[in-house]
Design a protein around this ligand. Structure first.
Ligand SMILES: [Zn+2]
Length: 302
């Protein structure tokens, strides 16, 4: 007797989903981290790396997004560029790294970058409707982060998956393109980079040649398929960042690996222009079109 096809299908789906999870978990730690200086932190949900003096990457390696938030320290105050998933407590990690007052600035307000904003009293935001809506909190995107295959280690003790959501937060200052945030002996300039979302920004530390790129660029599949993405705006934003390349020493992106060479920026510009001109052929991936390039790809909607 032949088993019904449905059983084969269910088995295949289950085994391919678990194989995917296994592959992602197995590929950790990413080799790039071996070269970085790790800093001890008591919470096993996070890994902290000192990238250059005064700049720490706070990495969440056990969730599929592999999001990276950055703590940048001046002589007078510190700036936290994103607050991560909100699965554990990033404020406790930050409090262990600096005693200075901390302001939160977000690369954009997708759930995986604002999860712990609510724990902070000084939060900067871009004056867009997208930002205002996200500041009210949300549930669906946060829940999806816990779906099967998305988490590859124990969730923090006391974490309640049933009540997990992105909590509302209060924006205390509104930012504009070109604003300079003085941390004391270190200044970060806000560069508006709409595209991935309407409120995406990069931060430029001109004196030290550092560019924090948010989700506009990272090594991996760059998500450009959601309804809030504007591809024309994205091309212009990448162009703007690529023009900075000669002045840069290092890119610090918001996912996967916290260091990348600045010469990726002109390559990303060239790549997205190829995509827009129809000169690059996509492959199909999870219902999206993926355009592959060396070190990164773009995920666009069908
Ligand atoms: Zn994002």
């Amino acid at each position: 007797m032949k088993p019904p096809i449905g059983i084969f299908l269910a088995f295949w789906l289950l085994s391919s989903a678990s194989a995917q999870t296994l592959n992602w978990c197995k590929s950790q730690p990413r080799p790039a981290y071996n070269k970085l200086e790790r800093v001890k932190t008591p919470d096993p949900w996070f890994e902290v790396y000192k990238i250059v003096p005064g700049v720490f990457a706070i990495y969440e390696p056990h969730q599929f997004e592999e999001v990276i938030s950055y703590l940048v320290i001046g002589t007078q105050k510190a700036l936290l560029f994103d607050t991560g998933m909100g699965i554990s407590n990033i404020k406790a990690v930050v409090d262990g790294l600096t005693e200075l007052p901390v302001s939160v600035v977000n690369s954009h307000t997708h759930n995986d970058h604002v999860g712990d904003n609510w724990r902070f009293t000084d939060v900067y935001g871009m004056p867009t409707d997208f930002t205002r809506t996200n500041a009210k909190g949300s549930t669906a995107d946060a829940r999806a982060e816990l779906a099967p295959g998305q988490v590859c280690a124990a969730l923090p003790a006391g974490f309640d998956a049933k009540s997990y959501r992105t909590r509302a937060f209060h924006i205390t200052h509104w930012l504009q393109d070109g604003d300079k945030i003085n941390l004391g002996d270190r200044t970060l300039e806000v560069i508006s980079t709409p595209g991935h979302t309407p409120d995406s920004i990069a931060l430029l530390d001109q004196r030290n040649g550092l560019l924090f790129t948010g989700d506009t660029f990272y090594l991996g599949p760059i998500y450009l398929y959601r309804p809030e993405t504007d591809l024309d705006a994205y091309v212009l934003s990448v162009k703007r960042l690529a023009e900075l390349t000669p002045r840069l020493q290092l890119l610090l992106p918001a996912h996967n690996v916290p260091v990348a060479q600045p010469d990726y920026l002109p390559r990303v510009l060239d790549a997205i222009q190829q995509v827009r001109r129809g000169q690059s052929k996509p492959v199909s991936r999870d219902g999206q079109r993926e355009y592959m390039f060396e070190g990164f790809s773009f995920l666009l909607s069908r």
